[in-house]
Design a protein around this ligand. Structure first.
Ligand code: ZN
Length: 105
């Protein structure tokens, strides 16, 4: 499901998990009322940012966008992780080279 005209080109990132919230609204006669009532369900994003946990209730239309932002976060995280491995190799090479020069003189 992709819009022909994107409403935004800004890259969004989200960390956390998509969950389903279940609640009873409290209105008598509602399908959620009573012991055998079926609770209302809504998708939500659950995440912890800076030690604070957030649960953000979503509309169904938000779900594909949130899913994409979660996926893009993981892809970016993986990319950074690989870049850091390359960085470690580079740093080791640099340190080894300096040591080799020092012991040669
Ligand atoms: Zn209800």
């Amino acid at each position: 499901m992709r819009c022909a005209l994107p409403t935004t080109t800004k890259q969004r990132y989200l960390r956390g998990s998509l969950i389903t919230l279940r609640r009873r609204c409290g209105k008598p006669g509602c399908r959620c009322a009573g012991k055998d009532g079926v609770p209302h369900e809504s998708p939500a994003l659950s995440c912890a940012i800076d030690g604070k946990s957030h649960v953000i209730t979503l509309a169904p239309a938000d779900v594909p966008l949130v899913t994409a932002a979660l996926r893009d976060y993981h892809a970016e995280q993986e990319r950074l992780e690989k870049a850091c491995s390359a960085g470690i190799q580079w740093l080791r090479g640099r340190v080894d080279q300096r040591r080799a020069k020092r012991s040669a003189s």
